[in-house]
Design a protein around this ligand. Structure first.
Ligand code: BDP
Length: 327
C-alpha cells in the first residue's frame, strides 16, 4: 500500500470504528441482588445472549448488588434513560404505574402458578402497556416467589401477633396500609438499610421471599419466619423504551426472544434457589411456621382494596379480570 492509501484506509477504519463503538455503547443494567442470585444470573443470560446474537453490536453490562443505588431511584433513571435496563420488582414499580400496582393488592394471587398464568396471558399484556406508558419496555416477567413476614423475636401466626410491631416495607403506600390493617406500623426503607435496622432493633421485622431473606442476611437477625405469603410479586426485565424503539425491527424481535428465554431460565433457577434458601435458613436456626388458615389476614384487607379502587376506579375491571382468571 502507498502511504496515501494507508492513510485513507486508516481514516476509513477510524470512521467505521467510531460508528461501531457509537452503536455498541454498552448498556448499563441495574440490579439490586448479589451476582449468584437468580435475578442476577437471568440478567447475565440476557446480556450474554444479546451480545452473541447481535454479533457484538449490542452489549450490556449488569451492575449487581445495588451499587447503582436504591430501586425507586433506579426506576426513574431507567425511565429517563440515565440507565438502560434493569430487573425491577412490581412493588416499587406499582408506586409509579397504577395498572401494575394491582399485583400489590395483598393476596390478589392465589399462589405462584396462578401469578404466572395471569402474567403470561392478556392481563400481563395490559400491564406491559402500563409500563410502556411510563417509559419502560418489558421483555419478560421474572419470578420472585411469595413474600412473608419475619420477626426478630416472635412468630406471627395471627394478625393479633402483629399488634404494635414495626415492619419495614418496600416503597409503596399499599404496604403501609396493609401493615396498618394488620395492626402493625410500617416503615418504608431502602433494601440496603434493612439488615442494620433489624440488628439494632429499629424495626421488629420485615417481609420478603426466602431467597432475599437469606441472601440479604436478614435471617441472621430475624429468626422467626411466618409463611403468610401475602404478596406474590412478579419482577420485570425492562429496558428504556426510547432505546428499545431506536433499535431495528430485527434487533427488537431478537431482544424479545432472548427476554422470554431469560425468563424461562430465571424461573427455573428461582425454584431451585427457593428450596436451597429455605434449607439454609432452617439449618441456621430460623423457625418457619406455615399459616394453614390465611383467612384472618385476608379478611382484614378489604379496606385496602376499597381505597385502591376508590382512587383508581378505572382499574376495577382489571382487578376483576385478575381474580376471574384464577377461578
Ligand atoms: C426482593 C426484590 C427486590 C426488592 C427487595 C426489597 O427482588 O427487588 O428490592 O425484595 O424488599 O425480593 O426491597
Amino acid at each position: 500500500m502507498t502511504p496515501k492509501r494507508t492513510l485513507l484506509a486508516t481514516a476509513l477504519l477510524a470512521v467505521a470504528f467510531s460508528a461501531g463503538t457509537a452503536e455498541a455503547r454498552e448498556w448499563r443494567g441495574w440490579n439490586i441482588h448479589p451476582p449468584e442470585y437468580p435475578v442476577s444470573t437471568g440478567m447475565e443470560y440476557f446480556a450474554e445472549e444479546i451480545e452473541k446474537r447481535s454479533n457484538g453490536e449490542l452489549t450490556a453490562k449488569v451492575f449487581h448488588s445495588g451499587v447503582l443505588g436504591d430501586q425507586p431511584d433506579a426506576i426513574e433513571q431507567v425511565r429517563e434513560g440515565a440507565l438502560d435496563w434493569a430487573v425491577f420488582n412490581f412493588g416499587p414499580l406499582g408506586a409509579v404505574a397504577p395498572s401494575v400496582n394491582i399485583t400489590s393488592l395483598p393476596f390478589i394471587f392465589k399462589d405462584v402458578p396462578s401469578m404466572h398464568k395471569v402474567m403470561d396471558g392478556p392481563i400481563g399484556d395490559e400491564m406491559a402497556e402500563g409500563l410502556r406508558e411510563i417509559g419502560l419496555e418489558p421483555l419478560g416477567y421474572f419470578d420472585s416467589g411469595a413474600r412473608s413476614f419475619y420477626n426478630r423475636e416472635k412468630l406471627i401466626q395471627t394478625p393479633a401477633d402483629m399488634q404494635g410491631e414495626k415492619y419495614r416495607v418496600m416503597n409503596n403506600d399499599l404496604y403501609v396500609q396493609m401493615v396498618a390493617q394488620l395492626g402493625g406500623n410500617a416503615t418504608p426503607m431502602p433494601y440496603a438499610d434493612v439488615f442494620q435496622a433489624l440488628q439494632t432493633g429499629v424495626i421488629d421485622g420485615a417481609e420478603n421471599n426466602f431467597p432475599s431473606f437469606e441472601s440479604s442476611g436478614h435471617y441472621e437477625a430475624a429468626k422467626f419466619y411466618s409463611n403468610t405469603q401475602h404478596l406474590i410479586l412478579p419482577e420485570c426485565l425492562c429496558i428504556n423504551k426510547e432505546l428499545f424503539d431506536s433499535l431495528s425491527e430485527e434487533q427488537q424481535t431478537m431482544l424479545k426472544e432472548v427476554g422470554q428465554e431469560a425468563t424461562a431460565f430465571q424461573r427455573e433457577e428461582w425454584a431451585k434457589r427457593e428450596e436451597a434458601s429455605k434449607e439454609k435458613v432452617v439449618a441456621a436456626g430460623v423457625e418457619v411456621v406455615e399459616i394453614e388458615d390465611k383467612a384472618p389476614f385476608q379478611e382484614l384487607m378489604q379496606p385496602v382494596y376499597d381505597a385502591f379502587l376508590a382512587a383508581n376506579p378505572d382499574l376495577t375491571e382489571l382487578v376483576e379480570k385478575v381474580q376471574a382468571a384464577q377461578e
